[in-house]
Structure formats: structure tokens, C-alpha cells
Design a protein around this ligand. Sequence first.
Ligand SMILES: Nc1nc2c(ncn2[C@@H]2O[C@H](COP(=O)(O)OP(=O)(O)OP(=O)(O)O)[C@@H](O)[C@H]2O)c(=O)[nH]1
Ligand SMILES: [Mg+2]
Length: 318
Amino acid sequence: MHKVDPARAARAHQAGFVAVIGKPNVGKSTLVNALVGDKIAIVSPKPQTTRRVIRGILTRADAQIIFVDTPGIAKLSANQRSLLNRTMVESALNVIDEVDLVVFLTDGSRLPDSADARIGKMLNEKCRAPVLLALNKMDLLKPADVQAVTEAHWALARYADWMRVSATRQTNLDKLLAQILARLPDGPELYPADQITDQTMQAMAAELIREQVLLRTRQEIPHSIAVAIENWEEPRADLTRIAATIFVERDTHKGILIGAGGAMLKQIGQTARAEIESWVGHQVYLELWVKVWEKWRERANRLRELGLGTDNAERGGG
Ligand SMILES: Nc1nc2c(ncn2[C@@H]2O[C@H](COP(=O)(O)OP(=O)(O)OP(=O)(O)O)[C@@H](O)[C@H]2O)c(=O)[nH]1
Ligand SMILES: [Mg+2]
């Protein structure tokens, strides 16, 4: 038998899951990357960038926090209600039941809208875990708006605590982390200490390619493309050969992605390759193809093939 040492008990190891929930484009993935200290989720100025639930793991001596990045919970208009979009929203909502804590992230530089209000109402009605409000993009908040904006976000739901942050400038993230740790359960590490995400290298590579397409295209194209890794070989310890396909819904989109003389596809390939190289830590050969898959966003079998099916949200890590 051991005597309880109060100093030691106070430093018990903590571990738990923290979901980051909010409408599209408020900075959820930027925040998770900043908290984890590594890029595990792609980011873009286009709404609905994140399509799957992704876990990012922060391991410290005293705690392991598993941040769960989620697709933005959008208020879908009739023409946005594709099976893909409905699946994305559903997977984000499912996460709420599986975590120890929820960070409700909003764009704190402006007044909330009806999409924020709907999420706040849903959290009040359905969320059993404590909710922290994080008002992001404080770098864009005008001093004259501080009070009205803050009060309007406070009114959206009941919170255990709140914080103003900037995910891009990494302002107040230490304070947000302290609020999280104050509510994280005690427990042993749930993932190996060197693991930073539950995604495979292949899934991450596909995302890094998709990120380049998102950053270089406009209007309908960012939403209608998907990326699949077709082949992955490691002929040497310091070389990975990847063949990937970018799926589009129309021939005209295929033309735009390839570009004049193949220039666009070449740019996408070069930048994505450099990103993948820094992720795998050695040289990469990347071969990109573009293929038309009509209406893939409406087809359950296509979504499953791309790892975007609903069962994905319940996929265990490790
Ligand atoms: N000025 C400013 N921009 C930010 C901040 N955080 C994120 N952004 C920008 O907001 C945009 C959206 O960021 P994401 O992290 O992709 O947003 P998200 O909530 O994950 O979006 P979805 O995955 O589409 O739901 C990007 O252009 C980010 O650079 C911030 O604190 N300040
Ligand atoms: Mg995101």
C-alpha cells in the first residue's frame, strides 16, 4: 500500500477527447493544427474544407489531449444538400456524444448568424459534455464591436467558460489549453506519445493534394473534387512513389484542372509533392491523374471508396 502524496495526486496524468465544433470556415482546422503544433488538417479560405472527422494528438508530460477536428456544421440550402454534405454534418454532430469536452468555435470578429444560433441551440439541447466558447479571429475584431459581438456570442449557448483567440496568430491558445486541462479527465495515454494524428500517410497525402486544388480553383470546383491515392510504393527507405487521381464531376472541370498545356496540374503536383515530402521526411515522386466521376457526391459507394462514408466518423484510432 502507498500513502497518498497530495502533491503527486495533484499532478495525475490526464487524457481525453476535445471536439472542435462550429460552422464552416471559422478556423477549426487552423486551431487544431496550432494546438497540436503540427499540420494534421488542411486549411483553406473556402468553406467546407474539412470533410472527415480527424483527430490531432497533443502529448505532454502531464496530459494527452486528442483534439477532434470536424467538418463545419452548415445550414444547407436546397442546392447544397448533397449526400456528401449531409454526411459531413452528420459526422460532426455524432462526435458530440463521444468526447469529454466541446470547444464551440465561432468567428469572433463579427456578430453570429443563424448557423451559429442553430449550433448553439443544438449544444444546449443535446450536448452532455461541458462546452467552452472560443471566439476566433480576434485579430480582426474592431475595438468598437467588442462588447456587442461578445455578448451576442455569449447568448448562443450555455458555456462552462469562454475565451477570445486568434488561431492564425496563436493568441491566447495557452489560456484555452488551461481551460481545457481544467476539465479533462484523469487517465493514461490513449495513443503512442509520438503519434500526432489518426490518419494514415496515404490519407494525409490525398488531403495535401486536395488542399492545393482548393487553393488554386474557384466557385464550384473546390467542392466537387475528391482525391484518391491509387498507388503507394517505397522502393527505397528514402523514396516514396505515389500515383493519385483527382476526381471531378464534369469534363469542363477536368479541363480547368489540367490547364493550358498541363500547367495547372503541374503546379498542383509540384506544391503538393513538396508538402508531402515534408510530411514523410524524404523524397517523393508524385504522379497525378484527373478523372471524371459524374455526381460522385450523391453516390454512397463513391463516398465509401473515398473514405467519406458515415462509418468513418466512428472509426477508432490507434
Ligand atoms: N484573420 C484570421 N483568420 C483566420 C483565423 N483562424 C483561421 N483563419 C482563416 O480562416 C479560414 C478558414 O480556416 P479553416 O481552419 O480552414 O476553417 P475551418 O473552420 O476548419 O473550415 P471548414 O473545414 O471548412 O469547416 C482560413 O483562410 C484561415 O487562414 C484567425 O484567427 N484570424
Ligand atoms: Mg476545417
